[in-house]
Design a binder for this molecule. Structure first.
Ligand SMILES: *[C@@H]1O[C@H](CO)[C@@H](O)[C@H](O)[C@H]1NC(C)=O
Ligand SMILES: *[C@@H]1O[C@H](CO)[C@@H](O)[C@H](O)[C@H]1NC(C)=O
Ligand SMILES: *[C@@H]1O[C@H](CO)[C@@H](O)[C@H](O)[C@H]1NC(C)=O
Length: 429
């Protein structure tokens, strides 16, 4: 009997030890993207609850729900498009409106999470006019200077220096973890200034490479944050080419591969869907791959990286945000909970759990790039897994066995290489 008690005690102690260790070894962060805040919107008016318009009260209910879930996350990641679109009228979305919207959003976050660092990327709608971001950064000084001012509550002088000039910055979010935030408006395909002048885009790439090198020598792991997904295209009843110029997609892939051991994951917005896209390694014709030279043979190799695209926190489909947990020593992602928007007849807004990664992706052991590749390849033949994924993704009807399925999965498996993507499509049609 005594032996049994001892044994039980031992087991209980052992289990509590494990639980204790794993709990304290976990960090958490919230991830929200494409908030599209409309400070004049009224959540009681259905005409205001439309795609890319999020009334303040709806956004505030999301922030309150985050806080209720976890008042002390390690940091909060935001992947761009704070500002709404289209304009409400001809005087909306002026420079002043944009500054006011971003200031309001910032003030709400500071009020609810006074001691949590927020790491926001800039989206195409965070500028006036939208989309075509000037390649001469002095033309956007009205914006960058303001951001460096209002985001100085979280960011260090080095980060404020680049943010205040160009919109990109890097910042440490935990002991041993750094987020590099890109201003992808300087890489995106519809920025028509770029074909004529790539000075600023090239400057950002040089900076990005320098930051990856610096993280390596500082022995800190990296999460990448940005608005336009650096790999793949957006699919919504057709293809919207809203990502990067293929040239920059290729350069991004090569750089990611070079620093793959030190980059844990990348996080993006813009497409308003819940997706994971694999970054594949390139092979080179020469023996010494050098990101500054050509000699790329093919970029369809091993999975070296992962690009998470986030469901939008606006009314394009069901708005959602995510709470991630990560391992505090390896900084690998461990799990996530996605919360989505519900409103009852009385207009009461709540954010219940939509799904938990570990319960939805039961066949995956972890969130490393090769595991995602395996999971996406599994969706090529397992209709149940594919259909469940498409339901979480939302926005399109995409039946298993259809061309849409092949197209979608080619995009996730080979979206980091232009030629490899086309060849995947060719093989499947
Ligand atoms: C535009 O809309 C805003 C917000 O509803 C309103 O305050 C403003 O008066 C409107 N301006 C015009 C010119 O209609
Ligand atoms: C290209 O843009 C940079 C600013 O990013 C500017 O200094 C340079 O003069 C521009 N080059 C040309 C050829 O217009
Ligand atoms: C297909 O995927 C589902 C969901 O992930 C899983 O439960 C099922 O066992 C898989 N079926 C086969 C035949 O592998």
């Amino acid at each position: 009997m005594q032996g049994l008690i001892k044994l039980t005690l031992c087991v209980v102690l052992f289990i509590s030890q494990i639980c204790f260790c794993s709990a304290s070894d976990r960090g958490t962060f919230f991830w929200a993207t494409d908030m599209h805040v409309d400070i004049w919107g009224d959540s009681g008016n259905p005409e205001d609850m439309i795609c890319a318009w999020t009334p303040s009260s709806q956004l505030l209910s999301a922030v309150a729900a985050m806080k209720e879930q976890n008042a002390d996350p390690d940091f909060i990641l935001v992947s761009g498009d704070i500002v709404h679109f289209p304009p409400r009228n001809s005087s909306d979305l002026s420079k002043q409106n944009i500054l006011d919207t971003i200031s309001s959003f910032t003030a709400w976050m500071v009020a609810e999470f006074p001691s949590t660092k927020l790491v926001p990327a800039l989206g195409n709608h965070d500028h006036h006019p939208s989309n075509n971001w000037p390649v001469d950064v002095d033309d956007s000084a009205w914006l960058y200077n303001h951001l460096a001012d209002i985001w100085s509550v979280w960011l260090e002088p080095d980060a404020l220096e680049t943010l205040g000039r160009t919109g990109w910055f890097s910042t440490d979010v935990a002991e041993g973890l750094r987020v590099i935030t890109l201003n992808t408006n300087f890489f995106t395909v519809y920025n028509t200034y770029l074909p004529w002048n790539t000075t600023i885009a090239d400057e950002q790439f040089t900076w990005f490479e320098g930051e990856l090198e610096r993280a390596l020598s500082d022995n800190v792991k990296v999460y990448i944050n940005g608005h336009h997904p650096a790999v793949g295209v957006h699919i919504e009843g057709g293809v919207e080419v809203g990502g990067l110029w293929p040239l920059y997609q290729q350069k991004f892939t090569m750089l990611y591969q070079t620093y793959a051991d030190n980059i844990v994951a990348s996080f993006w917005g813009h497409d308003h869907v819940d997706e994971a896209r694999v970054v594949r390694g390139c092979s080179y014709t020469g023996p010494n791959p050098d990101v500054d030279s050509s000699g790329v043979n093919s970029c369809g190799g091993d999975a070296v990286g992962i690009a998470f695209v986030g469901q939008a926190l606006t009314n394009c489909q069901v708005p959602a945000f995510r709470e991630w947990s990560f391992d505090k020593s390896s900084f690998e992602l461990v799990d996530y909970d996605q919360f989505w928007f519900q409103e009852d007849e009385e207009g009461v807004m709540t954010w219940p759990l939509q799904y938990r990664w570990s319960e939805a992706y039961t066949e995956m052991d972890d969130m490393k790039p090769e595991s995602w590749r395996g999971e996406i390849e599994r969706m090529q033949t397992n209709a149940t897994a594919f259909d469940a994924f498409i339901e979480r993704r939302g926005l399109i009807e995409c039946e298993s066995g259809s061309k849409c399925q092949q197209f979608t999965l080619c995009n996730y498996l080979f979206g980091s290489g232009h030629a490899e993507f086309l060849s995947c499509l060719w093989d499947s049609f």
